[in-house]
Design a protein around this ligand. Structure first.
Ligand SMILES: [Zn+2]
Length: 276
């Protein structure tokens, strides 16, 4: 090989090295430019939010039951999966119970009467409609039923932990096996609670479709009536329906339900976030 050609080859190699370096630099630059600094990683969607998850029933209160499977066990199972999912998305989940506990001994009758009296006076001042049972307890003509103490304890746990929202988990039961689908109950006269119910139900009804649409109902149940933060009570599915039951008891079903609840909560917070 003559000398001249050798020099030419070296030059060519240098040129290609320079060219290659330029291409690498351009690619690196594009990669940096395309990475949006405001994009939030999926794992922190719920960052900064505290969500109370309430496994319905527990202890001496079994709820409904199907074929020796009490509601209290299914609600605890589902609640734990939902709580884990919330944590994996950066949120804080507060479970009102983590084992087979009815929480009846957490609040005394005296305390409950006192709290009900305060609520009664406030409701009267604000001109709100007062439930007959609450009025009876406040005026001393009725004694609080024991299960009410456990329900009050759940609300106090959420309050003490500064929860932003409260989600009570239940399962449904009906004598006709054909009744099926998710139902979400919301607080009387609370737009925030209704918005939360709509957000969650949107995802849940895809998994557990029912007959009645949209599947959100205003209800006067204790938890809904007395909670001071946006609260919903979810009847995830019917234990008396074969499809719903198998879905709720399967690992894939539980995972999908948890994801649906988290999606709904995320949409709700996205919607209510103050615009800066
Ligand atoms: Zn229940």
């Amino acid at each position: 090989m003559p000398n001249g050609s050798f020099v030419f080859l070296i030059l060519n190699r240098r040129k290609s090295l320079v060219l290659l370096s330029i291409i690498v630099i351009i690619f690196l630059f594009l990669a940096i430019v395309q990475k949006k600094p405001e994009s939030i990683p999926a794992s922190s969607i719920l960052k900064g939010y505290i969500i109370a998850i309430d496994p319905g029933h527990g202890g001496r209160d079994s709820g409904s039951s199907y074929s020796q499977i009490p509601e209290k066990e299914v609600t605890l199972l589902l609640s734990k999966v939902i709580a884990e999912k919330i944590c994996s998305q950066g949120g804080t989940a507060v479970l009102t119970r983590t084992d087979d506990d009815d929480l009846w001994d957490r609040v005394s009758y005296k305390e409950e009467i006192e709290i009900t009296k305060q609520e009664y006076l406030e409701d009267k001042k604000l001109g709100r409609r007062i439930d007959r049972r609450d009025e009876g307890i406040a005026l001393g003509t009725r004694y609080p039923p024991t299960y009410r103490l456990g329900l009050r304890a759940r609300l106090l746990i959420a309050e003490q932990n500064n929860a932003d929202i409260f989600v009570s988990i239940h399962t449904n039961h009906y004598r006709a096996a054909s009744a099926k689908g998710a139902v979400t109950l919301y607080q009387p006269h609370s737009m925030e609670s209704r918005k939360l119910a709509i957000s969650i139900q949107k995802y849940l009804k895809e998994l557990l479709p029912g007959r009645a649409e949209p599947g959100i109902i205003e209800d006067n149940f204790f938890i809904l009536r007395h909670s001071k933060i946006p609260t919903v009570l979810m009847e995830i599915g019917f234990m008396s329906n074969r499809y719903d039951r198998l879905f709720m008891l399967s690992e894939t079903g539980q995972e999908a339900i948890a994801q649906a609840v988290v999606n709904g909560i995320r949409d709700y917070f996205e919607d209510t976030k103050p615009i800066l």
